[in-house]
Design a protein around this ligand. Structure first.
Ligand SMILES: [Zn+2]
Length: 120
C-alpha cells in the first residue's frame, strides 16, 4: 500500500480531522484545483481551513504522525494509546490496551490508521 493510499484511508475515517501542522502530500502536476487558484500545492504545513477534498496527509512526516496518534487517542477515548516497535512480532504496534485492542502492522502509520479505522 502506498503512502498516499494510506493517507486516503486515514482521511476516510469518521474520526479524521485535519489539524494545523499536518503535512500535505503535494498535488499532481497540472492539478485543476491548483491551476484555478493559481496556487501550486506543494508539500506544506497549512492551517486546517485551507485543506481541499483531494488533500492527503503525508504519514511519513513525524509531526503528522503525532497528530494521527492524537486522533487515535481521541477516537478511542484513551489517553494512553501508544505506538511502538515489537521485536518479537517484527511489527509496529498501535496499542489501545485500555480498550483491549492491539493493531500490529508493517509501519507506524499503518498501525495507527488501522486503529483509527476500527475506533467505535
Ligand atoms: Zn491541486
Amino acid at each position: 500500500m502506498s503512502l498516499a493510499d494510506l493517507g486516503r484511508r486515514a482521511v476516510a475515517c469518521k474520526h479524521w480531522r485535519w489539524m494545523p501542522g499536518m503535512l500535505l502530500l503535494p498535488h499532481v502536476d497540472g492539478c485543476e484545483c491548483c491551476e484555478e487558484r493559481n496556487f501550486p500545492r506543494r508539500a506544506a504545513r497549512l492551517p486546517a481551513v485551507f485543506t481541499t477534498e483531494i488533500d492527503v496527509p503525508d504519514l511519513s512526516d513525524p509531526a503528522t504522525l503525532g497528530c494521527l496518534l492524537h486522533l487515535v487517542r481521541q477516537a478511542w477515548e484513551v489517553e494512553r494509546a501508544v505506538v511502538w516497535w515489537n521485536e518479537h512480532d517484527q511489527g509496529w504496534v498501535a496499542d489501545v490496551r485500555p480498550r483491549n485492542f492491539v493493531f500490529v502492522r508493517d509501519s507506524e502509520a499503518h498501525a495507527l490508521v488501522a486503529a483509527l479505522e476500527t475506533a467505535p
